[in-house]
Design a protein around this ligand. Structure first.
Ligand code: FES
Length: 104
């Protein structure tokens, strides 16, 4: 059986106060570092498609750089309506590599 995780970045590539956008499968994914943990959500904002990775990160919340919609990077929920959720990805770190797997 093949390993479903794919290496997409090094841990040193992810900045402290915003995300890192990486290509994964058929879309861009935004990786964020919160404390010692990494989280990954769909990079494209569902409003008008801005890159969420380039928005400021405060705690577990990233703010879209275009119109300030806010998303939780740990579960992909929109802060103004928790029933709306963008894609999230499973993250693991092996050595200094960040690896992703799509959530089922
Ligand atoms: S594009 Fe993200 S809030 Fe408008």
């Amino acid at each position: 059986m093949t390993d479903p995780f794919v290496t997409v970045a090094k841990v040193t590539d992810v900045p402290e106060s915003q995300g890192l956008a990486v290509p994964f499968e058929d879309q861009m994914v935004a990786i964020f570092k919160v404390g010692d943990e990494y989280h990954a959500i769909a990079d494209s904002c569902p409003h008008m498609g801005a890159s969420l990775a380039s928005g400021p990160l405060e705690g577990t919340t990233v703010t879209c750089p275009w119109h300030a919609w806010r998303f939780c990077v740990t579960d992909g929920t929109w802060c103004d309506n928790r029933r709306i959720r963008i894609d999230t990805f499973e993250v693991r770190v092996v050595g200094d590599e960040i690896q992703l797997r799509k959530m089922k």
